[in-house]
Design a protein around this ligand. Structure first.
Ligand SMILES: Cc1cc2nc3c(=O)[nH]c(=O)nc-3n(C[C@H](O)[C@H](O)[C@H](O)COP(=O)(O)O)c2cc1C
Length: 298
């Protein structure tokens, strides 16, 4: 009998007001899903007044994506010790184009072995376009470094000295790394295992979330991605302390079905499911959601 006539999904992420705590995770190559690529995704996120993270490996330039966007944008940055120059150029471009934060993906010192990807390599053509036009030599150099040039904590300090944009680390899964991230002064961490696409057997992000939330203790924002497929998944993550969740593959599926309209529909379904789940759980505001909603079987 809680008053659930009005469900309020609004949230603020690092100062950016959004209409729901469900945002778009960075995924590469939206041009493979629909012709307008990330511009379509940005339109969809804007229609829902939510935030999108554009990937370094987008098939549209970060400037084109910013043109198409009406909601806030963050830029996901892949770099290695060999590509500091290019990372600096990307950071400057992101600043100039109005991106509000840099999301540094830290779980990819090498690529996981994706067997379906290996099988499809003969038939897959990288869609044209994207951010690498002024640095073709680093195209695809995303930290996949067998030569030990993958980024370390020192590179985070390098990036912080370079840019005024807040930095978020994506791919944190333990209390120890979360505490270290906070000690490095990052503005946020994304509890992510890259969609389970890097290390087989890694824990689920929803299981890693509570220890990260406890270690961060409110000193930065904590987000989660991985396996959010229903509004109830988002509700569970919020209950366990995520400030917002990000969705990757569902947005790609929407794009592949019907471009911007398809991605928009995906986000609308998730929004409506979350609102319904909150109403049925008697929690009309995000602030009223707490860990008592989640029970774990022993
Ligand atoms: C096709 C694909 C491409 C991805 N590309 C990137 C990327 O360029 N940068 C990045 O940080 N994460 C990338 N990811 C990981 C996502 O950001 C996210 O962590 C993951 O997909 C988990 O969310 P999901 O279960 O909702 O897909 C990619 C994931 C997929 C499936």
């Amino acid at each position: 009998m809680a008053a659930v006539g009005q469900i309020d999904l609004r949230r603020t992420l690092l100062g950016a007001e959004i209409a729901m705590p469900i945002c778009v995770a960075p995924t590469a190559m939206h041009g493979a899903a629909c012709e307008a690529g990330e511009c379509a995704t940005a339109q969809a996120a804007g229609a829902l007044q939510t935030l999108m993270v554009a990937s370094t490996e987008s098939t549209r330039t970060l400037e084109e994506i910013a043109q198409a966007a009406s909601g806030p944008l963050w830029f996901q940055l892949y770099f290695s010790q060999r590509t500091h120059d290019f990372a600096e150029r990307l950071a400057r471009r992101a600043e100039a184009a109005g991106y509000r934060a840099l999301v540094v993906t830290v779980d990819s010192p090498r690529w996981g072995r994706k067997e379906r990807h290996i099988r499809s390599e003969q038939t897959f053509d990288w869609p044209p376009g994207g951010n690498f036009a002024d640095a073709p030599e680093v195209a695809g150099d995303d930290g996949d470094d067998d030569d030990g040039a993958a980024i370390t904590w020192a590179d985070i300090a390098w990036l912080q000295a370079l840019t005024p944009l807040p930095i978020i680390l994506k791919g944190i899964l333990t209390a120890e790394d979360a505490a270290r991230a906070v000690a490095h002064g990052v503005a946020g961490v994304v509890v992510s295992n890259h969609g389970g696409r890097q290390l087989d057997g890694v824990q689920a992000t929803i299981d890693a979330l509570p220890e990260v939330v406890a270690a961060v203790a409110g000193r930065s924002e904590v987000y989660l991605d991985g396996g959010v497929r229903r509004g109830t998944d988002a509700l569970k993550a919020l209950a366990l302390g995520a400030h917002a969740v990000f969705v990757g593959r569902p947005v790609l599926w929407g794009l592949a079905v019907d471009g911007a309209a398809g991605a928009q529909h995906t986000l609308e379904l998730l929004r409506d499911e979350l609102a319904l789940a909150m109403a049925l759980a008697g929690r009309p505001t995000l602030a009223s959601i707490d860990a008592t909603l989640v029970q774990r079987p022993e």
